[in-house]
Design a protein around this ligand. Structure first.
Ligand SMILES: Nc1ncnc2c1ncn2[C@@H]1O[C@H](COP(=O)(O)OP(=O)(O)OP(=O)(O)O)[C@@H](O)[C@H]1O
Ligand SMILES: [Mg+2]
Length: 238
């Protein structure tokens, strides 16, 4: 999947992506400061926002293979169960009840199956939107800060859900997050956006640990003390 010469103007903000490739079957992290264009790019990939110029070559994927979850999930005025099966219902796919129960159980929400979805806590709403995204077996899932309200154990649970999926039946993921420890645990590739442009792409080592770009370097040195601590602890344990 490739983006070439893509442009979108929103007020004073310009998104300008000259060349960005998302390897199929990999977990990608899309990072960068607030307002750098991450959500705008995600909306263009998923097809809810039209670019002004350029095009995304989705091949070998198609628009129907892609879904996205956001920080404030949109939930229907209905039960948890009916929200969860909605992507199946619109595709006329019969829900697999045991799979649904197992997904709900995995994230500790089996007892909330009949609860009004909008009465869930914000973290529970994010969990629901995450498993709802997986339910129709898309080939690309974009997670736009969906795990931001989750407690550490729940973040780890979803990290493991992603890593298990990649082991058994890999798909492509784009995770947008400011939590660099989380990104470094799950991602194969990182793309850094700054002021609407992709200024560096590469492995965790290239982008997070040894950035060549001056802006990325500055961002890494000022933002994530905890990330550096996480990495030095990891090295000590090895
Ligand atoms: N409809 C709009 N009109 C004007 N400006 C907009 C519009 N939509 C987005 N923007 C601007 O585009 C820029 C990029 O927004 P975007 O939501 O893509 O950033 P982001 O990287 O996802 O940031 P965050 O990390 O805060 O979620 C921001 O400066 C935002 O204010
Ligand atoms: Mg955003």
């Amino acid at each position: 999947m490739k983006i070439i010469s893509l442009q979108k103007q929103l007020g004073d903000f310009s998104l300008k992506i000259d060349n960005l490739e998302f390897e199929i079957g990999a977990v990608h992290g899309l990072i960068g400061p607030n307002g750098s264009g991450k959500s705008t790019l995600a909306k263009i990939i998923v097809g809810t926002t039209e670019p002004d110029f350029g095009k995304i070559n989705l091949a070998p994927l198609s628009q129907n293979d892609i879904t996205m979850t956001s920080q404030k999930p949109y939930l229907l005025h209905d039960t948890v169960y009916n929200n969860l099966i909605y992507p199946l219902k619109i595709r006329k796919i019969k829900p697999d009840e045991s799979e649904i129960n197992s997904l709900l159980d995995k994230c500790g929400m089996l007892d909330k199956k009949k609860q009004y979805a909008r009465s869930l806590s914000s973290g529970e709403q994010q969990k629901l939107s995450f498993i709802r995204a997986m339910i129709f077996k898309p080939k690309l899932i974009i997670i736009d800060e969906t795990l931001s309200n989750l407690d550490p154990d729940s973040v780890e649970l979803f990290e493991n859900i992603i890593l298990d999926k990649q082991k058994n039946d890999p798909i492509t993921w784009i995770s947008i997050s400011h939590q660099l420890v989380h990104i470094s645990k799950i991602c194969d590739k990182i793309h850094f956006l700054s002021d609407g442009q992709n200024i560096q792409s590469g492995t965790i080592n290239d982008v997070l640990l040894n950035p060549s770009n001056e802006i990325v370097k500055k961002y890494m040195s000022s933002t994530e003390i905890s990330f550096n601590m996480y990495n030095s602890n990891k090295k000590e344990k090895q």
